[in-house]
Design a protein around this ligand. Structure first.
Ligand SMILES: Nc1nc2c(ncn2[C@@H]2O[C@H](COP(=O)(O)OP(=O)(O)OP(=O)(O)O)[C@@H](O)[C@H]2O)c(=O)[nH]1
Ligand SMILES: [Mg+2]
Length: 410
């Protein structure tokens, strides 16, 4: 029998419990505005291309003017951000939030594309009969799905749509949160502390494997940050020194005792973190980054996946119980006794209540028009023939949702 590695299972056969994980790892790139997320995406993208492992790339920032990489799925193809702002009288942040909410309603399509691609990436990586050693190595290494997120970090991390996207992705693929830090702008202990607190809040919110990436190390090496994380006394010394040299510039003196205490609290948090330094500009630190991503993926398999399976099983159990209860209630309402005294309700009638999709829904109702669909650019040869609005560059119309409400045409 062939080894499992040399013959990856088709994803179809993977359905169900204990299924093999897809080989692609999703990296959700999050970070403060201007920390270098998009440049980081560009660097990782070109690094992976150079290793013959092209990633699947998603842009979730509707407001970005210029993308320095080719995205497979771009939110701007689906939602027209300037039009959303205009239609709803929103400011830039409200516009981004609403655009992301609209896009999230289509995220099932995105997942479909991502899963398809994860499968096809696997089949591309199936070894040819006589693989050269370099290709063998490439084929056995997992490939990646990359997500760039909006500049305003809280729009993604604290919105319902951000959670939905993160959870949906994490239940489909091994997922790692990559938190980008602007190293030169975090050399002041107070800024460092706020950044770490933010990272901590995201870690506990998503519970996903987490990776701190100190970016822009070409401008400021990240050694100081690693030292502060390893030894809180070093951080406290730096705090004292900063107070001596900068006075009240970073805040009133009583802040120091708060930060001293916080450094003790965060000590525990740091123990569970992986941290690497990179320069998205020069490409320095990419190998260490991918070693850390691989470790984070193993953590996903070890800790997150079993937990997810438990939650999914529990949800299924509840759903079954609810279904059984509805049937009992339905039988009672229709005066159907289990002893069969009354006339039996035909099974087809009951099926209507159990599974709406089985209730003779007309497939022909599906529209041929692909308005509002998420576009996988790499799978559409006619992408540039679509109307400009569908490519996020023209004015939008409106669409009516099932509840009758009008929304800007995504
Ligand atoms: N020196 C240096 N500059 C960098 C590096 N990474 C990003 N930058 C610069 O930082 C600025 C912001 O980079 P972006 O990639 O746009 O940052 P972002 O986080 O995507 O920004 P928003 O999406 O607007 O939040 C740009 O001027 C980049 O050239 C790096 O590693 N080194
Ligand atoms: Mg960006």
């Amino acid at each position: 029998m062939a080894t499992p590695q040399a013959t990856p299972q088709p994803a179809q056969a993977d359905k169900g419990k204990g299924k093999e994980l897809p080989r692609a790892t999703a990296m959700i790139v999050i970070g403060m505005a201007g920390s270098g997320k998009t440049t980081f995406m560009q660097r990782v993208n070109s690094y992976l291309h150079s290793r013959n492992q092209p990633p699947y790339v998603l842009n979730l920032d509707p407001a970005v003017m210029h993308l320095p990489f080719d995205a497979n799925i771009d939110i701007r193809d689906t939602v027209d951000y300037p039009e959303v702002m205009k239609q709803y009288n929103l400011g830039p942040n409200g516009g981004i939030m609403t655009a992301l909410n609209l896009f999230t309603t289509k995220f099932d399509q995105v997942l479909g594309h991502v899963e398809n691609r994860a499968q096809s990436v696997e089949s591309v990586l199936l070894l040819p009969p006589d693989p050269p050693p370099a290709l063998t190595e490439t084929a056995l290494t997992p490939s990646y799905v990359l997500l760039d997120t909006p500049g305003q970090i809280e729009i993604f991390t604290w919105s319902a749509s951000g959670s939905i996207i993160t959870d949906a992705l994490a239940s489909a693929l091994p997922t790692v949160v990559v938190y980008i830090i602007d190293t030169p702008r975090t050399t002041a202990p107070a800024t460092f502390m706020s950044n770490m607190l933010y990272a901590c809040s995201i870690l506990y919110k998503t519970r996903l494997p987490f990776l701190l990436v100190f970016n822009k190390t070409d401008v400021e090496p990240h050694g100081f940050a690693l030292e502060w994380m390893r030894d809180f006394e070093k951080f406290q010394d730096a705090l004292l020194e900063r107070r001596r040299t900068h006075g009240e510039e970073d805040g009133p003196a009583y802040m120091d005792s708060l930060m001293n205490s916080m450094s003790l609290v965060l000590d525990e948090f740091y123990k569970h973190l992986r941290a690497v330094g990179v320069s998205a500009m020069t490409g320095e630190g990419m190998d260490e980054l991918f070693d850390a991503v691989q470790e984070a993926r193993e953590e996903y398999e070890r800790d997150y996946k079993p937990e997810l399976e438990k939650i999914t099983a529990e949800r299924e159990r509840k759903k079954e119980a609810q279904k059984a209860e509805s049937v009992t209630r339905l039988m009672r309402d229709m005066k159907v006794s289990s002893s069969g005294d009354s006339a039996q309700v035909p099974q087809s009638e009951l099926d209507k209540y159990l599974d709406p999709s089985a209730a003779g829904q007309d497939d022909d109702e599906e529209e041929d028009d692909d308005e509002g669909e998420v576009i996988d650019r790499s799978a559409r040869t006619d992408y540039y023939e679509l109307p400009a609005r569908r490519r996020g560059t023209g004015p939008g119309g409106t669409v009516e949702l099932e509840d009758g409400s009008q929304w800007p045409a995504p």
